[in-house]
Design a protein around this ligand. Structure first.
Ligand code: SF4
Length: 369
């Protein structure tokens, strides 16, 4: 059914506030005191030999010219992980040299949230955006959680605050609230349950309520509303990466090659989804490609996701209308190396907020299990 209304910060006056952008600091005295020596970053025959098996994983998407610049960082990062007792979690939108060569666990938001609960290492380095690192901290309050660049934000996460959720609750008393995991800890603490794009429909229907507030992605809300009889009240947030695709663009790809397969993420606008052969979350899209092995494929999502799939399935030809997420691209090999050398930038969440947010995330994880 059509969604029952879309609300945004303008509907609630001046209370709404965007989190202030954090800027990276220079190495602090504390970081300097615990720093490890900077390893050699030269391209040597030994580096070439010891990283050859990793190059095999990415040779379809990383050129031989690029590799000598990446390999010394990859070798150093993989060695420092052992020294620091660290594990690297990487989202599918991270570039292939990160996703395939230094990550211990890769996946979408749900997979990373679940895996974060099983991690044994004392340090977690989150290669993704800030809300993902916060989720790892929420689920691992006694571990050190690092993000290589804390400015890696998200247009969805910054579209809403905990105060906005409280105002929505005042306007719609008794209506349960579902938050996409792409939200700050502050927002997660105010809602009943979290969801990802993989389980959004299941989460909404699990509440057994006639009406549900679903935030902050208006397009995911519309997609869920099209699949359920539950009345959905949405928020005006959007992913700046998926919102840029258009139905016209997809029609042009299909006219150029009628045999091409098009798959899209539900964060895209409805006219885009209407043109797609398949709509699914990050994990569902990957499984679809593994299963169908299309000859030519248009993946309507973030660019590195297509690269990571192509590294694994070189026989699938990718047509490239992808859009880059500038926030995900803040995470680079040099910053991951610095993160391990200086144990920076540490992610903290107020313990009271973390406790409430943990309930929302765990309720989602337990639903999955
Ligand atoms: S791709 Fe979109 S939803 Fe994902 S981090 Fe970037 S802005 Fe946020």
């Amino acid at each position: 059914m059509p969604i029952a209304g879309i609300y945004g910060p303008d509907d609630f006056g001046p209370v709404h506030g965007q989190p202030a952008a954090q800027t990276r600091s220079r190495v602090s005295p504390t970081e300097r005191a615990r720093a490890l020596p900077m390893p050699s970053l030269e391209w040597t025959p030994e580096v070439e030999r010891s990283t050859a098996h990793l190059y095999e994983r990415v040779k379809n998407v990383v050129s031989p010219v690029e590799w000598p610049f990446m390999a010394p960082y990859i070798k150093a990062i993989n060695e420092l992980k052992k020294t620091r007792d660290a594990v690297i979690l990487a989202h599918n939108y991270q570039t292939p040299e990160i996703f395939h060569c230094v990550a211990d666990i890769g996946g979408d938001s749900l997979q990373l949230a679940v895996e974060a609960t099983k991690v044994k290492s004392s340090v977690i380095v989150q290669c993704g955006v800030h809300f993902m690192a916060e989720t790892s901290k929420i689920l691992n309050p006694h571990k050190t959680v690092l993000i290589p660049d804390s400015r890696a934000g998200c247009s969805l996460a910054s579209s809403i605050t905990g105060a906005d959720v409280r105002l929505l609750r005042e306007r719609f008393p008794g209506v349960p609230v579902v938050a996409y995991v792409n939200t700050s800890a502050d927002v997660k603490a105010e809602v009943d349950i979290c969801c990802t794009s993989s389980n959004a429909l299941q989460v909404v229907e699990s509440l057994n309520a006639p009406t549900v507030i679903f935030l902050p992605d208006q397009y995911l809300a519309k997609y869920v509303a099209s699949k359920t009889d539950v009345k959905i009240i949405a928020w005006k947030g959007a992913c700046e990466v998926h919102e840029r695709f258009t139905g016209d663009e997809l029609r042009a790809y299909r006219e150029a090659d009628p045999s091409v397969q098009i798959i899209a993420h539900p964060e895209c606008p409805p006219d885009v989804l209407a043109e797609a052969d398949f709509t699914g979350s990050t994990a569902h899209m990957i499984n679809w490609v593994r299963d169908k092995r299309p000859r030519r494929l248009v993946m309507i999502t973030e660019c590195s996701m297509a690269d990571n799939v192509r590294a694994e399935l070189p026989d699938v030809e990718m047509v490239r209308p992808c859009n880059l997420c500038p926030h995900m691209k803040r995470i680079t090999l040099p910053k991951i190396l610095e993160s391990l050398i200086y144990l920076r930038e540490e992610v903290t969440v107020d313990p009271l907020i973390a406790e409430k947010a943990r309930r929302s995330v765990e309720r989602m994880i337990n639903l999955k299990n």
